[in-house]
Design a protein around this ligand. Structure first.
Ligand code: HAM
Length: 418
């Protein structure tokens, strides 16, 4: 038997309800904050990510899925931000006045070693707000992530926030890190010793206890921030406080992608284990320029949907659909049942029937498994009298209803969908 690729998941019928609910709630909140949906292709040119995520990042070095077709060399997108900025420029959305606010859902691909909460095909729900340098936009984006998590029924998460500063500040931060880590290289894991030369920021993300101990002793602060970036960060903090968003400043939060500048944030949940980030985001004020446009202030975030599902307290609402299940006994009843099924659906009643020609008992069992609200039974007796038997599956009560009044009766029971 052919099996699914390691690190991918099938979303089965009994799980898809929770996915739909996450999308429904997210769309409602995004629309409340005036964001509109964008859908970009899964296939992109490799150069899009090389130019935006950074050559020395883990994603570019190790995790890109490459697709070769004849002379085409493409990649499966590892994240959404670069694609959204590409689409924004390619479709002239940069000519619009004000902030362009976009949201997206979709699969992302990274060739990582699979473990709990870490897949090779996973799904993002994210937003990007492009066109403003205002710290008030940072406050909106962070508060939106907080509101969304609450609406999704998630509690117990913590928002960590930091500022990387502008391009020059980041260079200065790199210099400070190298200076402070130089004498302590032997205390770091072999991977971090390589990272020291290649991308010193990555050492701050290392999960190994020995590296975390070294990082904790670095006494990091915001010395590398210029006065503008310092003020920007202060205004973000003030704005979050003014609307009572709980956050924690983390000086070691640097994020794994090169495009970030100024505000970065990460949302963690302790029930997730080693892969503890529910989502993350930040500003990328140089990315639009780097991809060929005019520099624009921009900020966004993405949440990992599989991880949201791991920590969600609420189970999917199963009460929304009220199924009516038609049970037929005999060939004549089958014919009648098919016409009735058609009529019910035409009148927006959620309806189904058993196509297996089994006994009444077997069909009733099936109705139970499907959580049907009512059964309509059509047998010889019913046919003779031009009625159907309507059975309430919860109470077991059964009544005979003349066929021509059935729709009225179902409507009085609240079974007609809007
Ligand atoms: P990221 O931190 O790479 O950021 O991914 C965001 C979230 O996606 C993570 O916090 C995690 O929940 C989920 N995630 C990442 N990798 C995996 C994986 N292998 N398996 C399961 N879930 C995963 C970004 O991608 C940025 N584009 C976010 C952003 C948007 N920044 C600005 N705008």
């Amino acid at each position: 038997m052919v099996k699914r690729v390691r690190g991918t998941q099938d979303i089965l019928p009994f799980n898809s309800k929770a996915w739909q609910e996450i999308e429904r709630i997210s769309r409602k909140i995004f629309s409340l904050y005036d964001y509109q949906e964008i859908r970009t292709p899964i296939l992109e040119e490799p150069s899009l990510f090389n130019r935006s995520l950074g050559d020395t990042t883990e994603i570019i070095q190790k995790q890109m899925f490459r697709v070769l077709h004849e002379r085409d060399q493409l990649v499966l997108r590892p994240e959404g931000t670069a694609s959204v900025v590409r689409a924004y420029l390619e479709n002239n959305l940069d000519r619009r006045y004000g902030v362009v606010k976009l949201y997206y859902f979709g699969p992302m691909f990274r060739a990582e070693r699979p473990q709990k909460g870490r897949l090779r095909q996973f799904h993002h729900l994210g937003i990007e707000a492009i066109g403003s340098l205002s710290p008030l936009l940072d406050v909106e984006v962070i508060s939106l992530s907080d509101r969304l998590l609450r609406e999704l029924g998630i509690s117990g998460y913590q928002i960590y926030i930091n500022s990387l500063g502008c391009k020059d500040d980041k260079i200065e931060l790199g210099r400070i890190l190298r200076k402070n880590l130089k004498g302590r290289l032997s205390e770091l894991c072999p991977d971090c010793q390589v990272r020291f030369g290649r991308n010193v920021f990555r050492i701050l993300d290392c999960k190994k206890p020995r590296c975390q101990k070294v990082v904790a002793n670095l006494n990091l602060g915001h010395d590398y921030l210029c006065s503008d970036c310092r003020e920007h960060f202060q205004r973000v903090i003030d704005g979050l406080r003014a609307i009572n968003i709980t956050y924690q400043v983390s000086f070691s939060l640097v994020r794994g992608l090169d495009y970030y500048t100024r505000t970065v944030f990460e949302i963690k949940h302790n029930r997730l284990g080693a892969q503890d980030a529910l989502g993350a985001g930040g500003r990328y004020d140089n990315l639009v320029g780097q991809l060929g446009g005019q520099d624009k202030g921009a900020i966004g975030f993405a949440l990992g949907i599989e991880r949201l599902l791991l920590v969600r307290d609420r189970t999917a609402d199963s009460s929304s659909k009220q199924l009516v299940y038609i049970i037929t006994l005999g060939e004549e009843a089958d014919k009648e049942g098919v016409c009735l099924l058609h009529a019910l659906r035409d009148n927006n009643v959620f309806a189904d029937m058993d196509y297996s020609e089994r006994s009444l008992k077997a069909q009733m069992r099936q109705a139970n498994d499907l959580n049907a609200r009512f059964c309509i039974i059509i047998g010889e007796d019913e046919l003779k009298k031009s009625v159907v038997s309507l059975r309430d599956m919860a109470s077991g009560k059964q009544e005979e209803v003349p066929e021509r009044y059935l729709l009225n009766r179902l409507s009085s029971l609240g079974l007609t969908a809007n």
